[in-house]
Design a protein around this ligand. Structure first.
Ligand SMILES: Cc1ncc(COP(=O)(O)O)c(C=O)c1O
Length: 357
């Protein structure tokens, strides 16, 4: 059987498992802000009609400027992309033929983008229950590789690595002549995120990937960016197709950045929901990864095989993310997004039924 590579688009999952898709479903497999896009996008949507008759700015100048102000960097240290996914694919092309290491479990795109460009790929495996990174163990390995990928907070565990840990990795990478690529696609859901962007000015081996599709709930129009030393940015840009970011995404991105209260409100909502869910799961004997963000791994501690639970939920229209293609998880866990209070309540109700089953 061929498991879908990503979450979202659940019909592919139902088709692969040959399970009938119920009419009513809730998709917990994509980690998108439960509030939906900021209201400014809806309010000004009609204005977007006027931008589609022209080619978009190939340099994304206005958005880059806004981002550079937000991040206190020079616009030349930022490159906007068609989602974090395009940035990852450009990095893969830049690294063609090199040796890379991926801190696992991790988003599958790093491996795909590197392998398709002839890189050799090694893995550094994190393990339950803490899923933290043993920096000392990693140290000796950096001399043998050209680039290290790490996601912070990690996807799929939601575990957050401290600024101190990341700084040590960057410094170790610098002495080993190794790029350190930190994917911060979900950084803005972390309550006490410690900003590592200022390190871009001090370390030319640091690349930070960001996505705007999760916090601002715009995966359908695609938007992300990378921050790094000017030389790296110039190098990566060579691999970007012209006009790859459409005019709607560029404009909507600018508006999203204007709504400063949106991320704060989201973090509070997600934090409340996370605490509620974790209390429920601990009481009901489910293992949960120690997440700091808007998704978590779950395992029924009373069973070794999680597949019956997965099918039970799918048949009732609750769609978790399978973990078959996360190295080291191999289907032993299920991943869930933290959604609206009502949707989280319905999920807890489904777990209560599972326990009574
Ligand atoms: C860790 C991580 N990085 C990057 C991305 C790409 O996000 P997007 O292309 O929607 O910006 C994803 C998407 O799920 C992700 O999980």
């Amino acid at each position: 059987m061929k498991w879908p590579v990503h979450g979202a688009n659940p019909q592919y999952l139902y088709d692969a498992l040959q399970v009938d898709m119920p009419q009513q479903t809730i998709d917990y497999s994509a980690n998108i802000n439960p509030l939906g896009p900021p209201s400014i996008i809806k309010e000004r949507w009609e204005e977007l009609l006027s931008v589609i008759a022209d080619y978009p700015d190939p340099h994304a100048a206005a958005l880059s400027l806004k981002l550079s102000e937000q991040e206190a960097l020079d616009p030349t240290q930022i490159l906007v992309g068609n989602g974090g996914a395009e940035i990852i694919s450009m990095i893969g092309r830049m690294l063609a033929g090199k040796r890379v290491m991926i801190v696992q479990p991790a988003f599958a795109e790093y491996e795909e983008a590197c392998k398709v460009n002839g890189c050799s790929v090694e893995y550094f495996q994190l393990i339950p229950d803490g899923w933290q990174i043993n920096v000392d163990e990693l140290q000796g390995k950096l001399n043998d590789i050209d680039a290290l990928f790490i996601t912070n907070p990690n996807n799929p565990t939601g575990v957050y690595f401290s600024k101190e840990t990341i700084k040590r990795l960057i410094e170790m990478g610098e002495s080993a002549d190794c790029l350190v690529i930190v994917d911060e696609a979900f950084y803005d859901f972390v309550p006490n995120y410690e900003n590592i962007v200022p390190f871009v000015k001090d370390y030319s081996n640091l690349l930070i990937i960001r996505s705007m599709t999760k916090m601002f709930a715009i995966p359908g129009i695609r938007l992300g960016y990378i921050m790094a030393n000017q030389k790296v940015i110039r190098n990566i840009k060579k691999y970007q197709p012209h006009w790859s970011i459409n005019a709607i995404a560029l404009k909507a991105g600018e508006w999203c950045l204007e709504d400063e209260a949106f991320a704060v409100k989201t973090r509070m909502l997600v934090q409340n929901e996370r605490e509620k869910l974790l209390r429920f799961y601990h009481k009901n004997h489910f293992n949960i990864s120690p997440t700091h963000t808007n998704f978590y791994l779950l395992q029924d501690s009373l069973m070794t095989d999680q597949r019956p639970l997965f099918l039970f939920l799918l048949e009732r229209g609750f769609i978790p993310r399978h973990t078959m293609n996360f190295r080291g998880l191999d289907g032993d866990w299920l991943r869930f997004a933290i959604k609206s209070p009502h949707e989280n309540f319905l999920l807890m109700e489904a777990f209560t039924k599972w326990r009574e089953n």
